[in-house]
Ligand binder design. Structure first.
Ligand code: CAA
Length: 316
């Protein structure tokens, strides 16, 4: 039986080593990657954060710093943590992150989570490099939301080590991780990935390598159905969102959630599926979605989509 060692770190957090993980590599510090790096560092893991360019690294580190300060100051305000412990937690979290543009640094990692943009050409080159540098015991994970894990396994040439670890936005708050296996994934790698996800205080669910896994396969057609409903003049975006929040108990309505995810991301997912499965009616691409993306109105990240945004919040 495997022994589970637990380590205490500042902020009374702990992590388990049953997964055999002590160093986590995160490639890409954008919307998802910065949250994954933060979640791992806050739990006491050493993190190697890799970006293509220095300025992206600095942007990602700033985002992590702001978010960990926000979470910690809330905990201090609510009396859940002393100020001194909170300050030490912020400092130790940031100190655990090594930021680099050198992909060779991934050689020391026990798990690598790739969170770069959904561009297969870019991923092909990247996975080729990953395959050359990683340890034989390393869990190689992609945070892709809609691309095939099997394709990436082929690119890196290490299919037994390859899985999907799909986190949700905002990673700091969302409790789910979809753990995705292909026919060639080594069951031991899969079991370690499940344990690693639990050690981040997430709830993992198992899924096979299929378009959209569980959540996006259900969620993205729901978001685009809401857009099509608005296009048909059934209701306004505001009323659709109010209806789903108050009538179905969702934290955000679908129009706001599409903005929150990013309309370019929504279009890339549904457009890709429509091309691959042209007879599937659930994969119809709304014209309003195409138009917003063509106009550069990508949702929260550009300040406007179906709604206007003020930072992370809907504008008043
Ligand atoms: N860092 C730190 N804290 C954050 C944060 C971040 N990035 N984002 C939110 N928070 C914190 C806030 O500080 C706040 O903390 P307190 O409760 O202590 O005050 C808490 O989260 C709640 O935030 P808000 O008060 O701003 O607003 P809210 O109550 O509406 O919660 C939300 C925001 C968590 C985003 C919530 O609206 C929600 O759950 N929305 C749905 C999100 C969702 O469905 N995500 C999945 C998208 S799909 C996806 O990710 C998959 C894909 O591949 C496309």
């Amino acid at each position: 039986m495997m022994t589970i060692a637990r380590y205490r770190v500042a902020g009374a957090r702990s992590f388990s080593t049953a997964s055999g993980v002590s160093t986590v590599g995160v490639i890409g510090l954008g919307l998802m990657g910065h949250g994954i790096a933060q979640a791992a560092a806050e739990k006491g893991y050493k993190v190697v954060a890799v970006e293509l360019e220095e300025r992206f690294l600095q942007g990602g580190l700033k985002r992590i710093g702001d978010s960990v300060k926000k979470i910690t100051s809330k905990a201090v305000e609510k009396g859940k943590m002393d100020k001194a412990v909170g300050d030490a937690h912020i400092a130790s979290t940031m100190a655990r992150i090594t930021a680099t543009t050198d992909r060779g640094a991934l050689a020391s990692c026990d798990v690598i989570i790739e969170a770069v943009i959904e561009n297969l050409q870019l991923k092909q080159t990247l996975y080729g490099e990953i395959g050359r540098v990683v340890k034989d015991s390393c869990i190689i994970a992609s945070n892709t939301s809609s691309l095939s894990i099997g394709t990436m396994a082929g690119y890196c040439g290490r299919p037994a080590q390859m899985i999907g670890l799909h986190f949700f936005n905002p990673v700091q708050m969302m409790k789910l991780v979809e753990v995705v296996r292909t026919d060639q994934t080594d069951p031991k790698i899969f079991a370690r990935a499940m344990e690693f996800s639990r050690s981040l205080d997430k709830t993992p669910v198992e899924c096979i390598d299929t378009p959209g896994f569980i959540v996006n396969r259900l969620l993205v057609p729901y978001l685009t159905s809401a857009m099509l409903l608005v296009e048909r003049g059934v209701a306004t975006p505001a009323d659709v969102d109010t209806a789903m929040k108050l009538g179905a108990g969702h934290p955000m309505g679908p129009m706001a959630l599409a903005d929150y995810v990013g309309l370019d991301t929504c279009l890339s997912i549904i457009g890709g599926w429509q091309s691959a499965f042209p007879d599937e009616p659930a994969f119809k691409v709304p014209e309003s979605l195409r138009a917003k993306v063509a106009a550069g109105k990508l949702g929260r990240k550009t300040g406007e989509g179906f709604w206007k945004w003020d930072g992370d919040k809907l504008a008043a």
